[in-house]
Write a protein of this length. Structure first.
Length: 343
């Protein structure tokens, strides 16, 4: 399987994250992508290609222009205030506060983000646009005839909504890829999110649409991030009613429960008649993940890949989460190798 990868991911490297009440090194580090790339090479998964630039147009097909312009200018405006440290919001526009978009960068930082764990740094814009180019180059290759492709995307994307960043995500790589597949002729595209955390951003982007089916298996938002979306009763709205499926599972759920949810999701994708599949591939479902509470073992990721291959669809994998950095490479490559073995 071909991998698309860009070294520009290294430019996204936050200084610290609020963890258990104190500032610690970020969980979402460049070493994650380095370890995945090393495993791709070591396990001889296939060639590794660099992305070509696609500009802002495909990003603006799913993200609000004001939000994109904010990301593009935020660091320069933040620096002009004499600040050289990570740009993070100090509060949010919450219930009954004014909804107008602030003029000032500090206010926009609060308006366009959903948490304080997604630092904007000097290299964020370049890293996030490169990550989107990685996903879009994977679409180019899928349209060009590849049966399956791995977009080694970092920073991740599935928490990024139309007009806000969060959960380490800036541009929603999987949504940008799904929209590009639609724009290039696929009539129905399914996005399956197997990351431990609900893909609130992807759901937000496609919630009112029936041409993109969104499905997510994740830790129950009653106790797990992102808390405010990802419940089973969220089924889409308007045109999109019936085209959104959430499978929240209690933290600590066993592997067989997880695979039962997967089989339910695969059944819905087959019923939908998808012509292409985008997988938001987070491996923080791993039993050893430091911030998540499912129990998949490294061999289970082979089974995951094999089940996905059963759909017999052109498939684009976008890397999302996974914070057990030692095993991340084998966990990710197991999905891809398991997929290929059954293709
Ligand atoms: N004590 C740690 C709290 C962490 N709270 C934020 C969790 C973000 C998860 C990000 C992710 O794994 O879903 C992605 F795929 F986007 F990277
Ligand atoms: Zn996650």
């Amino acid at each position: 399987m071909l991998t698309i990868y860009s070294d520009s991911h290294r430019l996204q490297h936050g200084r610290s994250e609020l963890i258990d009440g104190t500032l610690k090194p970020c969980f979402e580090t460049p070493s994650r992508a380095d370890m995945v790339l090393a495993a791709v090479r070591q396990r001889d998964l296939g060639d590794v290609a660099h992305p070509r630039r696609h500009g802002l147009e495909p990003i603006l097909r799913v993200h609000d222009e004001g939000y994109v312009r904010f990301l593009e200018t935020a660091w320069q405006r933040w620096s002009e205030m004499g600040r050289d440290y990570d740009a993070l919001p100090k509060m949010w526009q919450i219930r009954r506060l004014r909804e107008a978009v602030p003029e000032h960068v500090e206010g926009q930082l609060c308006y366009y983000s959903m948490d304080c764990g997604t630092p904007i740094t000097a290299g964020t814009w370049q890293a996030a646009t490169a990550s989107s180019d990685v996903a879009l180059t994977a679409v180019d290759r899928l349209i060009g005839g590849e049966r399956a492709i791995f977009a080694l995307t970092r920073p991740p994307g599935h928490h990024a909504a139309r007009d806000y960043c969060g959960g380490y995500c800036f541009f929603n790589n999987a949504a940008i890829a799904a929209q590009a597949l639609r724009d290039r002729g696929a009539h129905r595209v399914a996005v399956l999110d197997v990351d431990y955390h609900h893909g609130n951003g992807t759901q937000d982007i496609f919630y009112h649409r029936s041409d993109v089916l969104f499905l997510s298996i994740h830790g129950d938002p009653r106790t797990e991030y992102p808390f405010f979306l990802g419940f089973a009763d969220e089924k889409g709205e308007g045109e999109g009613l019936g085209y959104n499926f959430n499978f929240p599972l209690a933290a600590g759920s066993c592997v067989s429960t997880w695979f039962f949810a997967l089989d339910c999701a695969l059944e819905q994708i087959a019923r939908f008649g998808a012509e292409a599949l985008v997988v938001s591939l987070g491996v923080d479902t791993f039993e050893g993940d430091p911030i998540s509470r499912f129990q998949l073992g490294t061999p289970d990721f082979v089974t995951l890949g094999a089940r996905l291959a059963g759909l017999k669809l052109p498939t684009l994998f976008c890397l999302e989460g996974g914070y057990a950095v030692g095993p991340i490479g084998d966990n990710v490559v197991n999905v891809l190798a398991g997929f290929e073995a059954r293709s």
